[in-house]
Every structure is written in structure tokens, then in C-alpha cells.
Design a protein around this ligand. Structure first.
Ligand code: IFM
Length: 483
């Protein structure tokens, strides 16, 4: 499993986004029959980003290395495609004003971004780096000046390396480290930032980072995985409480990657494999948050998590979130295999007959009904709060045409089909209140480096020139009510 990159691993377990066009409809001729007004005046339209993927400035103004800064250099950079690193990336640290202008030009009203822990508390705990806080003050103010709502994620996969050296998410102390970090960030920004998310896709950074070893910190250990899951679940709830205490009128959420589940066929072993995968991809974090405990009945391996629980922990897993952020990219078609712990893989789309046209650069099937299916499934939980789609998007190969534009036909069609399925769920009564595209601009796609391009804005990484792609221009018209 060690040598697998994320694309290969996602073939295996369908992780990321841990995560199509409707059958019979050409991907290039989407059957769009909706307008922005169908979603209602209060529906939030945004774009999502993450600090480690866009900021660059990895060692500037007092920032210490994050786990990704170090992981991307490990073994001569072999862990990342083309030996890419997040050191410069889109240089958002210096270019945030222009980037927010572009976001506004596309008529979005929400900018979702994360704060880099190692920029704010370079030693992980203790000393505060004023220059780091000044940066996020400026970003928040720049949003507000442009009438853009800042939505902040406290943790998007970039723990300071100094804390990773002490075990990172596998060390129980991470709960108090995070408490201190969350407390400081929310006190500082909470007068202007009212919308918060505690974590981004906890399944991704725990499973890929501590079990599959293909994301930072690159560990392959069942024990470390289970510990990191439990500590992350504690932090998920604790983070919510800290925001509630520190920020008046806060709208508090956390995000979960999810995929609709299919099994290879009806054979018992494949159906059981699908159920285990469902626990890992969909149920692992939402059920404890909703007060249901860990869903170990369908994945017996998860029972071992009790070994790492302390007295009273059970009561600390739930939090009354104001919303849950669901993030969806594809579906999982699962079969039973001899892969330790999970005994399941998500099949590569070409294995079950998906045409190349409907497969993204990440080797994920384009499957728009999947977003409808996960919205319906999650909305059936008792006590489920309102949902925001906090990420959805796709990577396709792009090029700048002679006319200077990026005609990303497939990406535009992808968005139209997925958004139509969000509307379908909403019209059937799912309380979904917003949709954020992943992502503002091409950026550092973790172990895949800069190759997969997910942005609505094309970035030339040599010159830092930005071009709004046709998909971004479509959003511009759609959000203006012209399409
Ligand atoms: O780029 C990632 C993001 O950081 C988390 N969700 C999935 C995206 C695409 O892989």
C-alpha cells in the first residue's frame, strides 16, 4: 500500500472527496433547466480553498513548516508527483486581493478558506505569531470590503510539523493543542467571521495519512489510525464548543467527505464490503457528532477504538452543529478483497464500464446523481442539521487556447449536472442551504502535486497569471441571474 499514490488509492477505496453526467445525456450538452432563483434568495454560493493548497509563503513572516511542507520533501520529494511542494503554490499570501477580486467578478458571495496553524502558532502551542494573525486579519477585511462572506475552516490537513514530531493526531495531547489553537483563532477573528467549520474531511487525513501512508504524515499503522480517528472525533466536537463560547452569533459546522455506495453485485461478501466502506467514507464522523457513537456494528475492526478511549470520552463526541458541510465528488462501487482492516476496495470506474469521457483526472467517475443520493441519505439522520455542500468539483486537463481563454467544456458540464441534482434534492425537501465549488483556482493537489487542475481560474505556475475559465464565466452569468 506504501507505494500507492492518491489516485491509485482512490481506485482502491474511493477516498477523498475520499471521493457523470446522467446516463444517456452527452456530457457536453448538459440539459440545464434551472436558474439561480430556483434555489431561493438566501442560498449561499461560494468557492472553497485550503491554506496549504494556495498560500505558498511556506517559511515567510515567521511561519514554521507544516506536516505537508516536510512530507513533500521527504525521500527527495518522491512522495509527491513531479516532486512538487506547496512552497509557492498560487502565492495567495501575496496575491489575495487580486484573487478576491476575481472571486467577486464571478459573482460568488462566500469565500471558504482555512487558517494555517503553523503560521499562527509556529511552535504549535504557546507563542503567537502576530504577522500570521495580521495576514488573516487582512484577508478577512479584504473579503468584507468586497461584500464577500468569509467562511473559515480551522483545520484543513496541515498540522505544524513540530506537533507531528510528537505524534500529531495519534497523540492524545492533540486535543489540548487544538483547543488552544482554536481558542486563539476564534477570539481574534470572531468579531468579523461568523461562519466556521472545525475540520475538513477528517476521514481523508486520518485514513490517507495514518493507514494508507500516502498523505502526510505517511504512516501505515492500524493503531495510529484508530487513535487519530478518536482524537479527531473529540476535536470535532470540542472545536464546535470553543467557537460557540468565543463567537457571538456563530454559524458552526464541520465538513465530511461522502460518496454514495454501490456494491459490485448482490453477493453477501460484496454487500458486507460495501457496508464497511460506507462506515469509513460516510458514517465515521457524522454519527458520533450526532450522538450515535461510533458505527462499529458494520465494521468490526472499529471496535478496537475503545482501547484508546478514556473514561467519559463517550459523552464528548457529540456537538449540536448548526450545519454539516457535505463534500462530494464521485460514488463508490465496492467489492470484497484481501486488503487488511477494511477488506474492501472501490473499483476503478473503467472496471465497471464507465466511458473515459466520464472519468476525471483523479480517476473518479462523474456521477451527478451521487450528490443527490448523499444529500438524501444524510438528511434522513434524526437531528441532522441543515446541510451546505462545502465542496464539489472536478479535475480535467486544461489548456489555454489561442484566443487566450480556457474552454473547459467538461468542467462546466460537470457543475451544471451536479448543481441540478442539488436542486432536485432541495425540491424534494432536503434542507440544503448552500453550494461551494471546489475550487477557486488551480492549486497544490496534495500527493498529486500541481497536475490535476480543479480551479475555476487557470493558474500559470511560472508567471502566476490567472485566467477565469469558461466554467468560472458560466458561474458569473448563472449567479448574475443571466443563465
Ligand atoms: O483538494 C481536495 C481538498 O483539499 C479536500 N477535498 C477534496 C479536494 C480534491 O481532491
Amino acid at each position: 500500500m506504501q507505494d500507492l499514490n492518491r489516485r491509485a488509492f482512490s481506485k482502491i477505496i474511493g477516498l477523498s472527496g475520499l471521493s457523470a453526467f446522467l446516463p444517456g445525456i452527452s456530457p457536453f450538452l448538459p440539459d440545464k433547466k434551472f436558474t439561480k432563483s430556483d434555489f431561493g434568495p438566501d442560498f449561499k454560493w461560494g468557492v472553497a480553498t485550503a491554506a496549504a493548497q494556495i498560500e505558498g509563503a511556506w517559511d515567510v513572516d515567521g511561519k514554521s513548516p507544516s506536516v505537508w511542507d516536510v512530507f513533500s520533501r521527504k525521500k527527495g520529494g518522491k512522495k509527491i508527483k513531479h516532486r512538487d511542494t506547496p512552497s509557492v503554490s498560487c502565492d495567495f499570501y501575496n496575491r489575495y486581493e487580486g484573487d478576491l477580486d476575481l472571486l467577486k467578478q464571478m459573482n460568488f458571495d462566500v469565500f471558504r478558506f482555512s487558517t494555517a496553524w503553523s503560521r499562527l502558532l509556529p511552535e504549535g502551542i504557546g507563542r503567537v505569531n502576530e504577522k500570521g494573525f495580521d495576514f488573516y486579519d487582512r484577508v478577512v477585511d479584504a473579503c468584507l470590503e468586497r461584500s464577500i462572506e468569509p467562511w473559515v475552516t480551522l483545520y484543513h490537513w496541515d498540522i505544524p510539523q513540530i506537533l507531528q514530531d510528537k505524534g500529531g493526531w495519534a497523540n492524545r495531547d492533540v486535543v489540548s493543542w487544538f483547543e488552544e489553537y482554536a481558542d486563539k483563532v476564534t477570539r481574534r477573528l470572531g468579531d468579523r467571521v461568523k461562519n466556521w467549520m472545525v475540520l475538513n474531511e477528517p476521514t481523508a487525513f486520518t485514513a490517507l495519512g495514518y493507514l494508507a501512508g500516502i498523505h502526510a504524515p505517511g504512516k501505515i499503522s492500524a493503531k495510529k489510525f484508530l487513535k487519530s480517528v478518536h482524537h479527531t472525533t473529540l476535536v470535532q466536537a470540542l472545536g464546535g464548543k470553543i467557537i460557540r463560547d468565543n463567537v457571538s452569533d456563530a454559524n458552526i459546522g464541520t465538513t465530511i467527505s461522502c460518496s454514495s455506495m454501490y456494491s459490485k453485485n448482490d453477493k453477501r461478501r460484496h454487500v458486507a464490503a460495501m457496508k464497511r466502506m460506507d462506515v469509513l467514507l460516510n458514517r465515521l464522523y457524522i454519527e458520533p457528532a450526532l450522538g450515535m457513537g461510533y458505527p462499529s456494528e458494520d465494521w468490526r475492526f472499529l471496535r478496537k477504538i475503545r482501547r484508546y478511549m478514556e473514561e467519559g470520552d463517550e459523552d464528548k463526541l457529540a456537538f449540536d452543529f448548526d450545519f454539516i458541510g457535505l463534500q462530494n465528488y464521485t460514488r463508490a462501487n465496492v467489492k470484497h478483497v484481501l486488503l487488511p482492516y477494511i477488506w474492501a476496495i472501490a473499483r476503478a470506474p473503467e472496471k465497471y464500464g464507465v466511458p473515459e469521457l466520464r472519468i476525471t483526472e483523479m480517476n473518479w467517475e462523474v456521477y451527478p446523481e451521487g450528490i443527490y443520493e448523499v444529500l438524501k441519505t444524510f438528511s434522513q439522520y434524526k437531528n441532522m442539521p441543515p446541510i451546505i455542500v462545502t465542496e464539489n468539483g472536478c479535475a480535467f486537463e486544461d489548456k489555454v487556447f489561442e484566443d487566450g481563454h480556457v474552454h473547459d467544456v467538461k468542467r462546466k458540464a460537470f457543475y451544471q449536472e451536479y448543481i441540478r441534482q442539488v436542486l432536485r434534492a432541495k425540491q424534494e425537501g432536503v434542507d440544503v442551504r448552500g453550494y461551494f465549488a471546489w475550487t477557486l483556482m488551480d492549486n497544490f493537489e496534495w500527493a498529486e502535486g500541481y497536475e490535476p487542475r480543479f480551479g475555476l481560474i487557470h493558474v500559470d505556475f511560472d508567471t502566476q497569471q490567472r485566467i477565469i475559465k469558461d466554467s468560472g464565466l458560466w458561474f458569473k452569468d448563472f449567479l448574475a441571474g443571466n443563465d
